[in-house]
Design a protein around this ligand. Structure first.
Ligand code: PMP
Length: 394
């Protein structure tokens, strides 16, 4: 074990000038444990990953079972392996019939990259429409379709023919035309600070896409896997996309993501050109076993049934006058404050007092919570007391 801050800061690539710098030795359920006996309630699920808690025993057992059979054996799509087969079968059984074919990749951003390529291949068009304030990933293609202008500036030029519409603004839908290959949007915007569309808006998006022959991609990398109270967020809006991307919590703690569409569309990636999307580690059998076990836990433990009640409980416990606005769907929260500095003070107080909360990439005025869906009402009460104190002291 080596939890040296010196090594961390000097020999690991960094992403910001102010990392959290909490040494972690172990994680279990909703808790993270430091080497000094410190214990934290993870109220952000490792940023939307540990939806069924850390190291769920069913997931750990599935991983161990797969490790004893085989690890990586061949690049994606060549050998027939049980773990990806079972996972794809499970997804097909849970999704509408036009989303019957899954392609497993390594990260959320790769799933979106591949989804954009698939849309271009299917339609033969080049224009991509995305939403302002969206976040779809950090590689060139996904960054191109992300809305945060500041985050893009140093990396220009990015993908051409990308245009932006305002999320939840029906008037902007006229910008989708016969020239548009796809519209990519988060079903519920995450990093923008939990922006929840209306059913009517998403239906209008679907209608306009169908009218113009444009493919609709829903990015559920953050809002999928039960986070909003249904397995996939789109199930609450009566709208079905042509391509769905999932990631983060999908792997139960291991790195795996997927873009999912119809067999007919997906088959186009096999010719003109052949190997239209390839990846060495996609569909890694250990990650697939972990993802399947995660879906089984969500189902067998009836976890989705209590998401709404837990979400309401947190909302009721955090009715603090300093909060300007609360946006919530299921167990996905943004609490708006009057300044980014206040949010930072709240995050830091929480951290010092054993609760992990966070910011949003594109919305520093909001405090972020997305606890494991498995959190108990007692754990919620303990965490919310600390958060309340943090707000009081901010
Ligand atoms: N899409 C959304 C909606 C996300 O929230 C994220 C990650 N924050 C991504 C895509 C990118 O996923 P990854 O970090 O696994 O590349």
């Amino acid at each position: 074990m080596n939890l040296s801050e010196e090594i961390f800061l000097n020999h690991l690539g960094q992403t910001s000038p102010f990392p959290f710098l909490i040494p972690i030795e172990k994680a279990e359920g909703v808790y993270l444990y430091g080497p000094d006996g410190k214990k934290y309630i993870d109220m952000i699920s490792g940023i939307g990953v540990s939806n069924i808690g850390h190291r769920h025993p069913h997931v750990v057992a599935a991983i161990k079972e797969q490790v004893d059979k085989h690890l990586h054996i061949m690049v994606y799509g060549e050998y027939i392996q049980s773990a990806p087969n079972l996972l794809a079968q499970k997804l097909a059984s849970l999704l509408p019939s036009n989303l019957n074919c899954s392609y497993f990749v390594n990260s959320g951003t790769e799933a979106n990259e591949a989804a954009l390529k698939l849309a271009k291949r299917v339609t033969g068009r080049t224009e991509i429409i995305s939403c302002k304030k969206s976040y779809h990933g950090s590689t060139h293609g996904s960054l191109s379709v992300s809305g945060n202008v500041v985050k893009k500036r140093a990396f220009l030029p990015l993908l051409p023919d990308v245009n932006f519409i305002e999320f939840s603004n029906e008037n902007d839908l006229q910008k989708i035309t016969e020239r548009t290959a796809c519209v990519i949007m988060e079903t519920v915007q995450g990093d923008a600070g939990v922006r929840i569309p209306t059913k009517d808006y998403l239906k209008a998006v679907r209608q306009r896409c169908t009218q113009t022959g444009t493919l609709l991609i829903f990015d559920e990398i953050q809002c999928g896997m039960g986070r909003t109270g249904t397995l996939f967020a789109f199930q609450q809006f009566d709208v079905v996309p042509d391509i769905l991307t999932v990631g983060k919590a999908f792997g139960g703690g291991l790195p795996i993501a997927a873009f999912i569409s119809s067999k007919e569309k997906m088959q186009l990636l096999t010719h003109d050109p052949m190997l239209g999307h390839i990846t060495t580690f996609g569909g890694n059998p250990v990650c697939c076993a972990s993802a399947l076990a995660t879906l089984e836990v969500l189902e067998n433990e009836n976890i989705l049934a209590s998401v709404e009640a837990k979400g309401k409980l947190i909302q009721e416990l955090l009715l603090h006058p300093k909060i300007k606005e609360t946006r919530r769907i299921g167990l996905m929260f943004a609490f708006d404050f009057d300044s980014a500095e206040r949010v930072t003070r709240i995050v830091n107080y929480c951290k010092e007092n054993g609760v992990i909360g966070y910011w949003f990439l594109s919305n520093p005025y909001s405090f972020r919570l997305a606890p494991p869906l498995t959190i108990t009402p007692e754990e919620i009460k303990i965490a919310c007391q600390v958060i309340w104190n943090a707000i009081e002291n901010s």
